[in-house]
Ligand binder design. Structure first.
Ligand code: NDP
Ligand code: 8X3
Length: 249
């Protein structure tokens, strides 16, 4: 049985990935800040696999370290890490950007990903094997109006994905990224700070991806034989050609 740690498992892509991996026999460490969500998910998935939950904010370096060090066997050593926790905060012209939003996006999407990765890596380096899947975004491949700092954070994820693959190559560790386009999750609720009506409009008039679509891709990446590393995958809704070109009906 493979041990996988998923950050951001309390909703969206992380939660859907947890469900699919549980049903396919992966042993899971599920992370997030919302205890009730993770407890419910653990109760649901315990019918299929062993589940351990961890509460921490990826921005808090000490909390990340303590939480990951506390993980008992048999949930470690880790076979795979899915670096998924992240979000956009705000959608504003650069000259109108909110400083707290900028800090949140860079601290969570970039530094948080680094903190978790650093705490997981010793296990993988020691065993000379492991698999890291970074959830990037099309926002890490192109830039769109008002996307500025979110796009910068996901471009950083794209760069770190490549950098990790280069540095960890000598240790036999696979590193790859999945870069989704528009996925209907709580992403826009967070981006628009709980304005559900505005969030809903992001996914209206076309068929966006669903979290389960990305979960299937994550599962596919994990299921490849050990000598195969899927390094970089961009996944769009059929209706989306780029960040700014969406076929609406
Ligand atoms: P959701 O908002 O549904 O999920 C985000 C997850 O990240 C939640 O489980 C949340 O858990 C966790 N998270 C957020 N901030 C923190 C934090 N400070 N510490 C720990 N955990 C945190 O969004 P998605 O599922 O859509 O997003 C998942 C990833 O996919 C993100 O990296 C996002 O950038 C990326 N993505 C999303 C796309 C989309 O259109 N939805 C497209 C491309 C990429 P909790 O609140 O419990 O801490
Ligand atoms: C999420 C997709 O286009 O809202 O990363 O940036 S987008």
């Amino acid at each position: 049985m493979k041990n996988v740690l998923i950050t951001g498992a309390s909703s969206g892509i992380g939660q859907a990935s947890a469900r699919l991996l549980a049903k396919n026999g992966y042993r899971l460490v599920l992370c997030g800040r919302r205890a009730e969500r993770l407890d419910e998910l653990k109760a649901e998935l315990s019918a299929f696999t062993e589940v351990h939950t961890l509460l921490f904010d990826v921005r808090d370096r000490e909390a990340v370290k303590n939480a990951i060090e506390s993980i008992p066997t048999p949930f470690r050593p880790f076979d795979a890490l899915i670096n998924n926790a992240g979000n956009a905060h705000g959608l504003d012209f650069i000259q109108e950007g909110n400083w707290d939003d900028w800090d949140a996006m860079l601290d969570i999407n970039v530094k948080g990903l680094l903190y978790v990765t650093k705490c997981i890596l010793p296990d993988m380096v020691d065993r000379e094997k492991g698999h890291i899947i970074n959830i990037g975004s099309t926002a890490g491949k192109e830039v769109y109006p008002k996307g500025n700092v979110y796009c910068a954070s996901k471009h950083a994820v794209d760069a770190l994905n490549q950098a990790m693959r280069i540095d960890l190559n000598q240790h036999g560790i696979r590193v790859g990224a999945v870069h989704p386009g528009l996925v209907e999750t709580e992403f826009s609720d967070v981006r628009f700070k709980g304005d559900r009506e505005r969030a809903k409009t992001v996914y209206q008039g076309y068929s966006p991806l669903q979290a389960e679509d990305i979960a299937r891709i994550v599962f596919f990446v994990l299921e490849q034989p050990a000598h195969v590393n899927i390094a970089d995958l961009v996944v769009l809704p059929t209706d989306q050609a780029s960040s700014t070109q969406i076929r609406k009906r």
